[in-house]
Design a binder for this molecule. Structure first.
Ligand SMILES: CC(C)(COP(=O)(O)OP(=O)(O)OC[C@H]1O[C@@H](n2cnc3c(N)ncnc32)[C@H](O)[C@@H]1OP(=O)(O)O)[C@@H](O)C(=O)NCCC(=O)NCCS
Length: 154
């Protein structure tokens, strides 16, 4: 099993994984088009050619990035892959010079385990609302905003 930067050829499998959980109302739907357009933001976990985990880091502003589309395939849950994907995305943030990372999550306890703290959504830049207002769950999506501040040294 290895974590690596996503390739265009992974987009369909990422989409399948995200849609599986979105259909279960555990995360938001994401179009295949959106995955292709943002493929450079994704990391994936690959096991014998299969994509069994994914996550993306989206730069919001100069000092802030968001973890998106985090998912680990059912059969692979509970093996530390979610934690590894988040750690990889956080390292990518630091490499880019961004030290604040947030998530909007239906699983706040998972992110709390990883050191994230619940924040008020109003403290996030207005920019993120542009995506929210186009979401069919707006305004009561039930996602919890959480934030971590990373150290400059990795
Ligand atoms: C949430 C998810 C990414 C976690 O992935 P995972 O690989 O199973 O998580 P890990 O094995 O890395 O777990 C890391 C820690 O978080 C804990 N944890 C995992 N899922 C959790 C949850 N839903 N709630 C609370 N804690 C959780 C684990 O017990 C572990 O704690 P430990 O180190 O003390 O043992 C995975 O369950 C998933 O894909 N869920 C469906 C999609 C989803 O909810 N995405 C989240 C964004 S909304």
């Amino acid at each position: 099993m290895k974590i690596r930067t996503a390739k265009v050829g992974d987009a369909m499998k990422i989409h399948e994984l995200v849609e599986y959980y979105a259909d279960n109302r555990e995360m938001l739907h994401r179009s295949l088009n959106a995955i292709y357009e943002n493929i450079q933001e994704f990391v994936v976990v690959e096991d014998e050619g299969d994509i069994v985990g994914c996550g993306a880091l989206h730069i919001t502003w100069g000092d802030l990035a968001e973890i998106k589309a985090l998912a680990v395939s059912e059969d692979y849950k509970g093996q530390g892959l979610g934690r590894k994907i988040v750690a990889t995305l956080q390292n990518n943030a630091v490499d880019l010079g961004v030290y604040k990372v947030f998530a909007l999550s239906f699983k706040p306890d998972f992110f709390k385990k990883l050191g994230y703290e619940v924040i008020s959504k109003e403290t996030l830049p207005h920019k993120i609302w542009s995506e929210c207002i186009n979401c069919h769950l707006f305004p009561d999506c039930g996602e919890t905003p959480l934030l971590i501040t990373l150290k400059e040294e990795k």
